[in-house]
Design a protein around this ligand. Structure first.
Ligand code: NAD
Length: 250
């Protein structure tokens, strides 16, 4: 028995990093997975790897900032698997440009991908989840959605928005048996923060802020996301799962 048997999941940003790992983990637990990203080639290659391991997966192009693209992604999923039970709003972009130096364009782009992308995915998934008898929406926020730090501004605003948008989704759709929870990773070793970790000093600087004394892995986050996707978390909605090695406990 898999922990996600008979469930259909869409994961945005599944071309690489956390989303790609979550797709493989979900498939190994019995889910039928749709890998969605701007980078369709990587999604296709990741889906092929899953199928080679006897999982069920497909790839679709998705720009999370576009309604049209989301409508296409959900239609693709319904035609392929006739259900939608799990949505992981994982796609995101990062910037640590300080507030005074950030441009209007950069602010708008970050809000569009990280926050509007979550709104659109949620909006278009809900009717199909309701039709499927309920579902679980997992929104990937960040510790930067909980507390401030020296870099960025738009990024933190977008992730803070994701945190609260998740609670509105939880309240408005509890009666549809649709749950929504946010996940708040600390630094996770992916391309997103490769610049910060590229030198021994940069890595040490990041580690020095983390009580558990190490950078997080994609598996650390994916195991939390799997729990929220599964029925094991059936009494959880509107909550925040912090996976940060203790950073925000300080
Ligand atoms: P990553 O850069 O490895 O992967 C991000 C993926 O999102 C890429 O495949 C990219 O193509 C996709 N993407 C970007 N814009 C998109 C768009 N408009 N439409 C569709 N897909 C798009 O990063 P990651 O570390 O795997 O990040 C996953 C999530 O975790 C993000 O929401 C990120 O903000 C969040 N997060 C990351 C860290 C970290 O330290 N890596 C920490 C906290 C939160």
């Amino acid at each position: 028995m898999g922990r996600l048997d008979n469930k259909v999941a869409i994961i945005s940003g599944a071309g690489k990093g956390q989303g790609a790992f979550e797709a493989a983990l979900f498939a190994s637990e019995g889910a039928k997975v749709v890998l969605a990203d701007l980078d369709i080639e990587s999604c296709e290659s990741n889906a092929l790897d899953i199928v080679k391991n006897k999982g069920i997966a497909s790839a679709v192009h998705l720009d999370v900032t576009s309604s049209e693209s989301w409508i296409n992604c959900i239609k693709f999923t319904m035609e392929k698997y006739q259900s939608l039970d799990i949505l992981v709003n994982n796609a995101g972009i990062y910037s640590k440009v300080p507030i005074e130096e950030a441009s209007d364009e950069e602010f708008d782009l970050i809000m569009s991908v990280n926050l509007k992308g979550v709104f659109l995915g949620t909006k278009y998934a809900i009717p199909e989840m309701r039709h499927s008898g309920g579902g679980s929406i997992i929104n990937i926020s960040s510790t930067a959605g909980l507390v401030g730090n020296q870099g960025g501004g738009a990024y933190g605003a977008s992730k803070g928005g994701v945190r609260l948008f998740t609670k509105f989704t939880a309240i408005q759709h509890a009666s549809d048996n649709i749950r929504a929870n946010s996940v708040h990773p600390g630094p996770i070793d992916t391309d997103m923060i490769a610049d910060n970790l590229s030198t021994p000093e940069g890595r040490q600087n990041s580690i020095s802020r983390i009580p558990l004394g190490r950078i997080g892995t994609i598996e650390d986050v994916a195991l939390g996301v799997l729990f929220l996707a599964s029925d094991e978390s059936s009494y959880m909605t509107g909550s925040e799962l912090v996976i940060d090695g203790g950073i925000t406990a300080q």
